[in-house]
Design a protein around this ligand. Structure first.
Ligand code: ATP
Length: 393
């Protein structure tokens, strides 16, 4: 239907970018981006109407998101027909709006488009040799100033290279090394760097990407005093396993999985350095506090857990902590025994309910409500957690 709508309106519509790349590589990707050579907001509204879907339009950018009744969504953007032309520049050769749009992208592998008009449906458009680069397993920029124009692409290049086990094209590699050497990160807004680092922490294996960042001296260029040694790498590996465990056990969870990885990255650093790094990255206040708390509290908390004689002591320690913090806490110890206890908190103890409720205490046991209630209910809860019958009192 989308193809027919495009055809009826007489405009061209294409699926572009990551979805097409991943389709060819054979990796799951649910982010559908559609570019239309025309007004994307009008187009999206028509599609939404056809499918009884909701549409959010952003008129300033001529983009829109359609959310279908089943929860699926598609982003629509207008191919920029004309942008800025510098004074004195030669008149532009007439170029397809799609091509102009794709020229602004980061790597050739992200420039593939598939036409979805009902005529030509499924036709692959490949202006920049993206298909060959996917086959050759190469990450290549579109032009020599790409990393200068936007240094966050350095992080993206190394993330994609690691994820797909691709190599950097040899010219691209030279350009990337030069860009790092020239310390171009200093010219970028911190929050854009943070956004890309966050994407790295959300990869299946952030450790491998960070090793690549180290290899290309990106880590030391971003964080001048950072240690990236055996200890940090082992912690990242343990954390990766803990996160997999968590996702398996709590598939609906919407916690910020990137935060424990940032915690792990900065844990052994000087507190003042961490503060400086997080300010440089313009990390949102709440996340900044969370990461700093991790750095400050992890060792004392672990020590108390290791000393705890009863499970309920661990429960009391953890119940005020965020789940993100607890994941890092679970990854921290080398001892499996301590880790097991922390994971048991998440899986069992966290949601333990005493077998009687406050209402029971009033109705069945004829007690008067008061502070004693909380004490009784807590005792009952701790008894379950400690797997012991509470004493009579
Ligand atoms: P992922 O699988 O990680 O979501 P993606 O390619 O969909 O990968 P996004 O970060 O969502 O990644 O970007 C969407 C598209 O926007 C990319 O395919 C890329 O072409 C383009 N893009 C994103 N960031 C940049 C950038 N800094 N410079 C140029 N193009 C970019």
């Amino acid at each position: 239907k989308i193809g027919e709508t495009a055809e009826n309106l007489g405009i061209n519509a294409y699926i572009i970018g990551g979805f097409v790349r991943d389709l060819i590589i054979g990796r799951k990707n649910f982010d559908l981006d559609v570019v239309v050579e025309g007004d994307a907001t009008e187009f999206a509204k028509k599609i939404a109407k056809l499918f009884n879907a909701k549409v959010h339009t952003f008129d300033r950018f001529k983009t829109a998101t359609v959310v279908f009744p089943d929860g699926n969504r598609i982003d629509f953007a207008s191919a920029r027909t004309e942008v800025y032309r510098s004074p004195g520049a030669l008149p532009e050769v007439d170029m397809a709006p799609l091509k102009k749009d794709l020229m602004r992208r980061d790597f050739t592998i992200n420039t593939l488009a598939v036409k979805i008009n009902s005529k030509d449906f499924g036709k692959l458009i490949d202006f920049f040799g993206g298909l060959k680069d996917i086959k050759d397993r190469k990450i290549r920029v579109l032009h020599s100033l790409s990393f200068v124009e936007d240094p966050t692409r350095i992080l993206r290049a190394l993330r994609f290279a690691t994820r797909y086990r691709f190599e950097l094209g040899s010219h691209t590699e030279k350009l990337l090394k030069m860009a790092v050497q020239r310390k171009l990160f200093k010219t970028v807004e911190g929050q854009r760097i943070y956004h890309e680092l966050k994407q790295i922490m959300l990869e299946d294996n952030p450790l491998r990407v960070l090793n690549k960042l180290e290899q290309y001296k990106v880590l030391s260029s971003l964080f001048d005093n950072l240690n990236w040694n055996r200890w940090e790498k082992d912690l990242f590996e343990r954390l990766r396993k803990v996160v997999i465990w968590h996702k398996l056990n709590f598939p609906e969870s919407s916690i910020n999985y990137h935060l424990p990885f940032f915690g792990a990255l900065f844990l052994k650093e000087d507190y003042e350095d961490v503060n400086r790094y997080l300010s440089f990255l313009s990390v949102p206040e709440k996340e900044k506090k969370e990461i700093l708390d991790m750095c400050r509290l992890i060792i004392p908390t672990i020590k108390r857990i290791e000393k705890a004689k009863k499970n309920s002591e661990i429960y009391s320690l953890l119940k005020s902590k965020s789940e993100e913090f607890i994941l890092l806490l679970a990854a921290y110890p080398e001892s499996e025994e301590t880790r097991e206890k922390i994971l048991k908190y998440l899986k069992e103890w966290k949601d333990v309910k005493p077998l009687v409720s406050g209402k029971d205490l009033i109705n069945r046991f004829k007690l008067k409500p008061g502070p004693i209630f909380k004490e009784i209910l807590n005792k009952l809860k701790y008894a379950i957690i400690d797997e012991k019958i509470p004493e009579d009192n």
